[in-house]
Every structure is written in C-alpha cells, then in structure tokens.
Design a protein around this ligand. Structure first.
Ligand SMILES: [Zn+2]
Length: 138
C-alpha cells in the first residue's frame, strides 16, 4: 500500500533537510485519526545524535513525548518518521535498517542529487522494504 503525503509536507521536509545540512534532520509523520491516512503534518525534531549527526539521527525526547501526547489526545496518529541524507540518496543506511522499529514507515529525503528526492520504507523482518509514495492534495 502506498503512503500518501500532502505536497506541503514534502516541501516542509525538504526545507528542514536543507536547513539542517550538513547534519541529518529528523521528525515525525502525522495523519489525522480516522481520516484517509494521508500524512498531513509533521513534527520537527532536533537531531539528538551526539556523535555523528551528519551520518545518523536520533529524535530528541521532547518531540517523541509531544508526538505521544498528540496520539493520546486521539486526533492524530503517528504514521512514521522522516529524516534526511544530506549528501546521499534516500536509501536506508545499514544504521537505518539496524535501528528501525518493526512495522514502521520511514520517509527519507536525500539531497545528494541536488534536488530533494523522497523515498518511503517499511520496516519488518530485519529489513526495510520500499513503499510507493503518492502526493495527496492538501
Ligand atoms: Zn538514514
């Protein structure tokens, strides 16, 4: 099944990726509960990775808790997470595979080709499988 993402969200992720470069940016993909399942908003996180933030990412704790709060309120669902590859393609790194939470969607924005490239991956069985990305109307 494809992941549908509204255009403004893709633009927001690309902008975040460019601002954060040469470090990786990261954040949470949100959809309205009970709606079409399309990603309609994101929550920007700080990259809390202490060692090599240009090669790895870790969502800061406050943002993780904020996402949980939104879910508890019941209007928003956490669909997955996004991060950027400032100098590469939007393909998962070995770390992305190793640290993936099972049955979660990961959107990667790669800036290696100049223009932002997006790809979505679903985790499971120790690997990340590509998922089609569809642009949705806002
Ligand atoms: Zn990555």
């Amino acid at each position: 099944m494809a992941l549908r993402v509204v255009q403004e969200v893709l633009e927001a992720i690309a902008a975040h990726a460019r601002e954060a470069a040469p470090q990786e940016c990261c954040g949470v993909l949100l959809a309205e509960s009970g709606a079409s399942g399309a990603v309609t908003a994101v929550l920007r996180a700080e990259n809390a990775e202490p060692d090599r933030p240009e090669r790895r990412y870790r969502l800061d704790r406050a943002t993780q808790l904020a996402a949980l709060d939104l879910e508890i309120e019941g209007r928003t669902e956490v669909v997955g997470y996004y991060h950027s590859h400032p100098a590469g393609p939007p393909s998962p790194s070995p770390t992305d595979v190793a640290e993936a939470i099972p049955e979660t969607l990961y959107l990667i924005c790669g800036l290696g080709a100049g223009l932002p490239e997006f790809a979505v991956w679903r985790s499971g069985e120790g690997r990340l499988t590509p998922v089609p990305l569809e642009a949705a109307d806002g």
